[in-house]
Design a protein around this ligand. Structure first.
Ligand SMILES: [Zn+2]
Length: 385
């Protein structure tokens, strides 16, 4: 009995001491955490603001190692990894987050959305698609659809792209141009697979969606040519004038070949010159020059380009005028003129390219869908603009 009382006399102070020590250690730990965390955070933030992503990642990886409970930090890191192109690390980070039990519903959706973005950037579109589709009834629905629209375009799944764009459309963004272009893509696929009836159906839908879809009439004209209906093809091409006249430039060669095939070459040229007078911006000067040279000879062509230069004094007009001038100039002037023409060609090389108005990408070829920024109808059909 007495032994037990003695034992208590010793044990009690020891317990008190241990409790005091534990509390102190805990408080010290918390204090050091609250002190060290903001400093490190701001250090990382500073790196981020200076665009020094690598250093920021180092700082945040270090914090994350000591504070596994900081979920938002894991999100930041995952985002940074993706931005740095370290997709494997980003995917691992978001996958780990996704299986954590303490995540709120919103955090779980965020992790799923971020993981989908990782997969997209890694080119794993099917995986991205299934994650994004699952987000359809969540707060991420709209963002997920916007990304899905990108996935479907990458996969050339145009029917799904149309459905998604229709779900996304609102007063701010009607997706009218995009949907019409998706129908045109379906029509082109149909034409390639020798399914002209299906292709025609898609083209009608394209024009119903966007009345001014010039591309629909261009594809229709090609279908008519393939079916041997030259009149119908010409009719389709001419409809472009009432849509967006400058797009005739993209169809001009086909249109004139159709006139030639009917034995109406001169009518074709006359039409072309008439259009050029009516729409001075129309990018058909090269073609008009070629036609005049073969049909009416050097003097008429020279006269035409000189008048054109007066009426529409641009670099392409000047270039053509000099080219014609070189052909009619006396021999002793040809050497200098050749140098001038060559220098002018070099100096205005950019004016022979189509340019995306959205991202500035330049190309010799015309694109309906910019290969650089993936926007639709952002290339004006006039080179050098
Ligand atoms: Zn672009």
């Amino acid at each position: 009995m007495l032994e037990i009382e003695y034992w208590w006399l010793i044990a009690l102070p020891v317990f008190f001491a241990l409790g005091w020590l534990a509390a102190r250690v805990d408080i010290k730990h918390v204090l050091s955490e609250t002190r060290s965390l903001p400093v490190a955070y701001f250090k990382g933030l500073n790196y981020l603001l200076n665009g020094e992503t690598n250093q920021a990642v180092d700082v945040y990886v270090d914090i994350a190692r000591h504070h596994a409970e900081t979920i938002e930090l894991q999100f930041t890191l995952g985002h940074l990894f993706r931005r740095r192109g370290e997709l494997e690390r980003a995917i691992r980070m978001h996958q780990k987050l996704l299986v954590r039990r303490e995540l709120t519903i919103t955090q779980k959706q965020t992790a799923q959305f971020e993981l989908a973005l990782d997969f997209m950037q890694a080119g794993l579109f099917d995986r991205a698609e299934s994650l994004l589709t699952e987000l359809a009834d969540t707060d991420y629905a709209r963002q997920a659809r916007i990304e899905l629209l990108g996935v479907y375009q990458q996969e050339k799944a145009w029917a799904k792209a149309i459905e998604t764009a229709q779900q996304l459309r609102d007063e701010r963004h009607t997706y009218q141009h995009e949907i019409a272009q998706f129908y045109c893509e379906l029509a082109s696929q149909g034409a390639l697979r020798s399914e002209p009836a299906a292709a025609r159906g898609y083209l009608q839908k394209a024009v119903a969606e966007h009345r001014k879809c010039a591309r629909a009439n261009m594809i229709l004209a090609d279908l008519e040519i393939n079916a041997g209906n030259i009149d119908a093809a010409i009719e389709a091409w001419l409809k472009i004038e009432s849509q967006e006249p400058l797009y005739i430039a993209l169809a001009a060669r086909g249109l004139l070949a159709a006139y030639d095939a009917q034995g109406r070459a001169e009518d074709g040229t006359k039409l072309l010159l008439g259009l050029l007078r009516q729409y001075p911006e129309l990018d058909v000067l090269d073609l008009a020059y070629e036609r005049l040279l073969t049909e009416q000879g050097l003097l008429a062509t020279h006269e035409f380009v000189r008048e054109r230069l007066k009426a529409h004094p641009t670099m392409p007009s000047l270039r053509k005028a000099l080219e014609a001038h070189l052909l009619v100039a006396p021999d002793d002037q040809k050497v200098e003129l050749e140098v001038i023409v060559k220098l002018l060609h070099d100096a205005t090389r950019e004016q022979t390219m189509y340019r995306c108005t959205h991202c500035g990408f330049k190309a010799k070829q015309y694109f309906w869908h910019c290969p650089a920024c993936a926007e639709w109808e952002t290339f004006p059909p006039v080179r050098g603009t």
